[in-house]
Ligand binder design. Structure first.
Ligand code: SAH
Length: 216
């Protein structure tokens, strides 16, 4: 790896620690996934900066601090089966794939999904299964999930179907709110009847969670 990239990477990891990310497994996962592989050619010099970047189809790869916060909030274990809604470029899925047994991820833009799948294949990531679809419906054939992560913002509450597809004791991490005023929340399922503990984590800015498959 060129020295410059190594320095940028170290700087990012220090910034994440300083911002309160203490989970060493999460930090190691961020360190080992080459974020530059997931961004367009012209943005590669910025790949190790702590910022969101455009990835095409009007979508963005999340800021590393947000990826780290969401990943840590899931309390991932190597036995977990995880659902991700919003594959985007596949970066968050690749980070999770290092920490859990299997990731099922859904993206509504087919071109983004195809590019993500080919990156994951090139990187030799074998425990991610990706489909094009509407993640608001979850993935009934694979449910229930130990953990669920939604990387696009729900307007009010999380889609009820996703809460249903979560195992008791599991976490669902999701940004909630309208444009400009969103907060990251973690819902922990406390009973099969649907009691949830809710924790606010961080103010964030995500693209909206939209219904149906995109027409591109
Ligand atoms: N986790 C991604 C972040 C991508 S941005 C990454 O690491 O790059 C959020 C993504 O959610 C966008 O690609 C958007 O198209 C997708 N999305 C929005 N609503 C969706 C839905 N209902 N089902 C599936 N994907 C959705």
């Amino acid at each position: 790896m060129p020295t410059q990239t190594a320095n940028k990477k170290i700087r990012l990891l220090l910034a994440l620690r300083a911002a309160g990310i203490t989970d060493t497994r999460v930090l190691a996962a961020i360190e080992s996934v080459p974020r530059d592989t997931f961004v367009p050619e012209e943005l590669k010099p910025q790949a190790w900066e702590d910022t969101a970047l455009p990835i095409g189809c009007g979508q963005t790869i999340s800021q590393p601090l947000v990826v780290a916060t969401m990943t840590a909030a899931l309390e991932p274990t190597d036995r977990d089966k995880v659902l991700e809604v919003g594959t985007g470029c596949g970066y968050q899925a690749a980070v999770l794939a290092r920490l859990v047994r299997r990731v099922y991820t859904i993206e509504r833009h087919k071109p983004l999904l195809q590019a993500a799948e080919s990156r994951l294949e090139t990187l030799g990531v074998r425990n991610v299964t990706a489909i094009c679809g509407d993640g608001m419906a979850g993935w009934p054939a694979q449910a229930p999930f130990d953990k669920i992560i939604v990387t696009a913002a729900a307007h009010g509450e999380p889609p009820p179907v996703l809460l249903e597809q979560l195992k008791v004791g599991g976490h669902l991490v999701i940004p909630v709110g309208g444009q400009g005023e969103q907060v990251l929340r973690r819902y922990t399922k406390e009973s099969a009847e649907g009691a949830f503990a809710v924790k606010g984590l961080l103010p964030v800015r995500f693209v909206p969670l939209l219904p149906d498959v995109a027409g591109d």
